[in-house]
Design a protein around this ligand. Structure first.
Ligand code: IMP
Ligand code: MG
Length: 168
């Protein structure tokens, strides 16, 4: 494993993202919707750095297929427990790869008529995009590497690492 982003770099970025989002939604309340499981650590840190009222909920998605990538078909296996209508919803995701997961989730959540819907992703691999999807807030754009740590796993391992590492 090779260190890609240190704990310090990650924390600095999370703080900056929280500040930006808090400014953009100044005077408003937001509902953070974390995508399980990968986003739980990022969301916990992001939420605690935000300076506006924040509520939290989670979704979980499964992608069909045998490979490690989203095989094009995504299913919501755990829905939010909060009505989204009229809320400022911010989807919190660990990483965007093909974009298939978030494109599906965005469409799904938009149908609930939130007041606004934004997406924040800590990491983005734009070089791997298979569908057109642009997050509203991105922490780091990275090359096509498989990364672990800070919530990201490989077969459920490494989620608890403080930094982000490239798995060789
Ligand atoms: P997408 O639908 O291809 O954008 O899939 C995004 C999902 O794939 C993320 O939420 C992760 O769960 C997983 N993923 C993609 N790249 C990586 C990686 O480098 N490390 C760990 N998980 C990844
Ligand atoms: Mg994920």
């Amino acid at each position: 494993m090779k260190l890609l982003l240190s704990e310090k770099e990650v924390q600095k970025k999370v703080k900056a993202l929280a500040r930006k989002i808090s400014q953009d939604f100044s005077g408003k309340e937001v509902l953070l919707v974390g995508v399980l499981k990968g986003a739980f650590i990022f969301m916990a840190d992001l939420a605690r750095q935000m300076t506006i009222p924040v509520k939290m909920d989670f979704v979980r998605l499964a992608s069909y297929g045998t490979g490690i990538r989203s095989a094009g078909k995504v299913k919501l296996t755990k829905d939010v427990e909060t009505p989204l209508r009229g809320q400022n919803v911010i989807v919190v995701e660990d990483i965007i790869d093909t974009g298939i997961t978030l494109k599906y989730l965005s469409r799904c959540l938009k149908a609930r008529r939130p007041r606004s819907l934004k997406v924040v992703a800590l990491l983005d691999k734009p070089g791997r995009r298979e569908v057109n999807f642009h997050p509203d807030y991105v922490g780091f754009r990275i090359d096509d590497h498989f990364v672990v740590g800070y919530g990201l796993d490989c077969a459920e391992e490494y989620r608890n690492l403080q930094g982000i590492y490239v798995l060789k």
